[in-house]
Each structure stands twice: as C-alpha cells, then as structure tokens.
Design a protein around this ligand. Structure first.
Ligand code: SF4
Length: 272
C-alpha cells in the first residue's frame, strides 16, 4: 500500500485528539484533506526545537562531540529554512523574536541539563506502525521523539514538550499520548521488560518521569479501540461533524471553511 494511503488509514494520538477537540476540524484535515491557510508560530517553533534535538542526538550517535554554538547554529538554520509567510501569531503581545528567543533559551536549558548527552539512545523520531489488538482492525502509528535502551529489556520513552503546560504526576499517570507510545513499543518489540516514560518540558527546563510504569495494556487497547470505533462511525456521516468553538480556534487555520467562523476575520497576525 502506498505511504499516503497507509498514513490515512492509520490512527494516531493527534488524530484522535483532533476529533475530540473539534469534529469539524477533524473533517477538514482527515476527511477533506484541506490545507490550512496558515501555520501557528507555536507549532513552527515546536518543530524547530524537535528537529534541533533530533540532530543533536544523531550527532552524538555518530560519535561527534557537540558544543552549544553548533546547536544554536543548527536551530537558526532549521528556523530560517522552514520559515514562510504563512506563519501566524495569535498572541498579540508576542513578537516573532520572542518566540525565537524562547526556543534558544529552551535549548540552552536542555543543553545545560543533559550535556554531554551520554544517554543510550536507540533512536530519535522513531515512527512505529502497529496493529492495536492484533486483529488488523485498528492500524495505528506513533512517532516517539526519542527512545533509549538501557539494556536487558529496559527502555525509556522520551517526549519533548514545547508548550506552557506542565503535567502534574497524576496527569502524567493518565496521559493518553504516552500510553499510545507505550503500547506502540510493546506491540513492536519482544524484548520489553521495563519501561520508563519521560516528558521534557523544554520551556521550563523540567523533567517529569515515571519509572517502571505498570500501565494495563488491555485497558489501553480497549480505550483506544473504542475511540477509533467512534471516529469511524462519525466518518460515515461527515456532515454531522460539527464545529466546537473554544479558545483553540485562534490557533486553527480552517476559518475560511468553518461554518462557525463564516464572515469573521482570524485574529492572528502575519509573523514578521
Ligand atoms: S475554527 Fe474552531 S470551530 Fe472551526 S474548525 Fe477550527 S477549531 Fe473547529
């Protein structure tokens, strides 16, 4: 099967979340395949930071020492290569430079915290396609920011967070996104005895970690299967996928086709 068709068939955490947050947005993105009219600067910044850290660990895996100036240089190059006039700022008090500097500060904090990067990295941006319950009915895909292998079946899954929100330990225990990654690891490897999960809140220089998680795999499979069933049911009647207006609309770039926003001007500004 062609990659595009497979990607469309596969369910991911972000696809399920989009459906939950706004069914209309889900329709525009995953059924109608419409191109959004803009990109939020927050998501652009997040991509730049992820790609910079991916590069950093690749360099380390190749046996190269990395000094912070090189990290900055890479960040700068990724930022300027990816920049486009479709990038928008929804927070009126923030400038493009504020975001750029925030990215630099976050990477500097990460560098200070983890240099010389001796973690036993098994892979970065690991794309895992898996069959949720072995029946073939629920194809899923997860992209892990980083996967470390400590040996003897001991793995740690790392997720870089670039937003403002930090998870509390209770929220971390219930985090569905990480559970999808956990399940992806279990489904794609046989040598898994112990899994630690780690969130890196880059903006705050904070790490939240759960060691030796004891998540119930059957329960995760059941919950995800149920959510996929709901989405598939709704997909049969796309006209019922209604807009759900929230503050997140300001970061959504489907206003031109969203019936809830007809005739309204998007509040975000073109980033300069
Ligand atoms: S503008 Fe709001 S309601 Fe409309 S599709 Fe986007 S998120 Fe949904």
């Amino acid at each position: 099967m062609a990659g595009g068709a497979l990607a469309h068939r596969n369910f991911s955490y972000s696809r399920l979340q989009t459906f939950k947050q706004c069914p209309a947005q889900y329709r525009f993105r995953y059924i109608d395949h419409l191109k959004p009219t803009g990109r939020s600067i927050e998501s652009f910044l997040g991509i730049c930071q992820h790609q910079t850290l991916e590069w950093l660990y690749r360099e380390r895996l190749a046996g190269h020492e990395v000094i912070f100036d090189q990290v900055l240089e890479r960040y700068r190059a990724i930022w300027s290569d990816g920049w486009g006039d479709d990038i928008r700022i929804a927070r009126p008090s923030w400038s493009t430079d504020d975001y750029y500097q925030l990215g630099m500060r976050s990477l500097a904090g990460f560098y200070r915290q983890y240099a010389p990067f001796k973690e036993p990295v098994a892979g970065t941006e690991q794309s895992l396609s898996f069959d949720l319950d072995g029946s073939g009915r629920y194809p899923m895909r997860a992209i892990l920011d980083r996967l470390d292998h400590h040996g003897g079946g001991h793995w740690s899954i790392h997720d870089y967070k670039t937003g403002r929100r930090v998870l509390t330990p209770t929220q971390a225990q219930g985090d569905l996104q990480m559970k999808v990654y956990f399940q992806a690891l279990l489904a794609t490897r046989e040598d898994v005895d112990q899994v630690d999960v780690v969130w890196h809140f880059l903006r705050h220089g904070l790490e939240v970690r759960l060691n030796r998680v004891e998540w119930n795999s059957k329960r995760i499979i059941g919950m995800l299967g149920k959510r996929i069933d709901q989405v598939r049911e709704a997909e049969k009647r796309p006209e019922t996928l209604e807009p759900n207006e929230t503050v997140l609309c300001n970061w959504c770039y489907y206003w031109d086709v969203c019936q809830a926003k007809q005739g309204q001007e998007h509040p975000a500004q073109v980033a300069g």
